[in-house]
Design a protein. Structure first.
Length: 131
């Protein structure tokens, strides 16, 4: 019974670690180009909603975090949408890590104040210049 449990645990751990690989996959340039257009358009919609007072600061940071994570998922081929900050740091993408660190406090705090205009600009720039 203990041997079966140990074998199952070892298999589960190897599958989990395989899914959290930090080695990015080769994604064709055309897919990255489409992803850039898609996610910059999402940021533009977020900006309009923010300008029209349809969303608040916290919700905007949560949406920015979702957008950059989904873009990075499309651009790297890795399922990083649920990665922790330390797992994202392991990818060695300073542009992505820097944005995630900036989003962290305003995204989870009811009172956090970020520089939303700057962070929207930096997120767009990170997507547009991704290589």
């Amino acid at each position: 019974s203990a041997a079966v449990y140990a074998a199952f645990f070892k298999l589960w751990k190897s599958l989990r670690d395989e899914n959290k690989s930090t080695k990015t996959k080769r994604v064709p340039g055309v897919i990255i180009a489409r992803a850039k257009l898609k996610y910059v358009a999402q940021i533009n919609r977020l900006e309009r909603a923010l300008y029209n007072n349809e969303v608040g600061e916290r919700e905007s940071y949560q949406e920015l975090s979702r957008i950059i994570r989904m873009f990075a998922k499309d651009a790297t081929g890795l399922s990083i949408e649920n990665y922790t900050l330390s797992e994202i740091k392991a990818l060695r993408r300073s542009d992505l890590t820097g944005l995630m660190e900036v989003y962290l406090y305003p995204e989870f705090s009811h009172y956090g104040r970020g520089d939303l205009n700057r962070d929207i600009f930096n997120t767009k720039r990170a997507i547009q210049t991704w290589r």
